[in-house]
Ligand binder design. Sequence first.
Ligand SMILES: Cc1cc2nc3c(=O)[nH]c(=O)nc-3n(C[C@H](O)[C@H](O)[C@H](O)COP(=O)(O)OP(=O)(O)OC[C@H]3O[C@@H](n4cnc5c(N)ncnc54)[C@H](O)[C@@H]3O)c2cc1C
Length: 387
Amino acid sequence: MYNLKVVIIGAGIGGLTAGIAMQRAGYRVEIYDRAQALRPAGAGISLWSNGVKVLNYLGLGEQLAAIGGEMNAMEYRSHTDEALSFVDLRPLFERVGQRPYPVARTDLQTMLIEAFGPEHVHLGMPCVGVDQDEHSATAIFENGERVSGDLVVGADGIHSAVRADVVGHCIDRRYARYVNWNGLVNADSELCDPNLWVIYVGDSKRASMMPVGGDRFYFFFGAPMAEGTQVAPIDRQDELAKIFQGWPAKVQKLIQAIDPEQTNRLEIGDIDPLERLVKGRVALLGDSAHATTPTLGQGGCQAMEDAAVLTRYLITTNVSVADALQRYEAARKDRTAELVMKARKRTSTIYGYVPEATQQWYHDLKQEPPEEVINALAKVILAGPMG
Ligand SMILES: Cc1cc2nc3c(=O)[nH]c(=O)nc-3n(C[C@H](O)[C@H](O)[C@H](O)COP(=O)(O)OP(=O)(O)OC[C@H]3O[C@@H](n4cnc5c(N)ncnc54)[C@H](O)[C@@H]3O)c2cc1C
């Protein structure tokens, strides 16, 4: 279809990637975000090869490579510092045709906003719902403003305001029973090899570091916790020191290296797979459509895939906007639901929902041949829209 006007709600990874893809198709795109200033939620993100391929396709590959870390292997170690597994990831890159890039979120967001054009991002605009008729879709904002286009894309994250209008009822986030702490530290070979993603696991917790551009490590910790706990930023280093007391020296060194004021602390959740991702001229995209626990590192990558697929159907079909959106839903619903459920299962294993299953997993890590790990990663990547 030609000359479309697209209204996107949400300037996160999903909304910005969709905006760039649709601009490249020649459409007029405006993005509206409730935030007064855009700040990424979290410090780093690992973009697996399927997400990277979407950005390559949009002409952003070289810029992404410049901000990405060179992660060539992954290693699991126990909380008693026993080596559990080591996987050279380079055969995976050969197999799927592209390496992944862990990146700092601010770098990724800056790259995406610059590519899209900040003048088309309208901040301080909380959307409260959508409306549509035969000819257009309209986003309704808290301040009473209404903005219409040929379609509205709800890329407004896990607590989406657009979602209820699409699915017909409210869907609440489901707490995944653990807290994630994350941030950035200067790269230091005494903490971790600069080309390695290391994950320490034990006692239903984990601690991890991976390289991102600018000689830094993105780190994260995860531990089971009841819902509703809050710890002031200044106290987060002490909190981690207590929770990970007795863990290996490199984990202790990491905790000493972090800046507690810059350490994010998040209660992690997801949503049940939705019955529908679109309604007429309104489409959900990214976390609003399929928020997932980050135990496969696929949430942001799936948002990028959504952006590519939605744009592809808008460009390549000519029946109607609603028809293109239906095709998008058909292409995305099962893939994203499957990954949400797979991540949920992995979350339960990592964070000890059934302690025996977690113990078994620690045991299995030592037995699992690296080829099987590569096969599993390749399967997810190659099933994406870019192959
Ligand atoms: C700890 C953690 C680690 C992760 N690690 C990875 C990883 O390694 N790899 C990976 O691929 N994914 C990862 N993810 C998932 C990834 O971060 C998300 O899937 C991705 O950010 C979703 O992007 P989005 O654009 O759909 O939503 P968001 O990034 O949530 O953006 C939504 C935007 O909408 C705006 N908004 C919300 N409500 C409204 C409203 N009513 N009106 C207007 N604007 C609104 C918000 O301000 C925000 O800017 C991780 C997630 C977490 C929590």
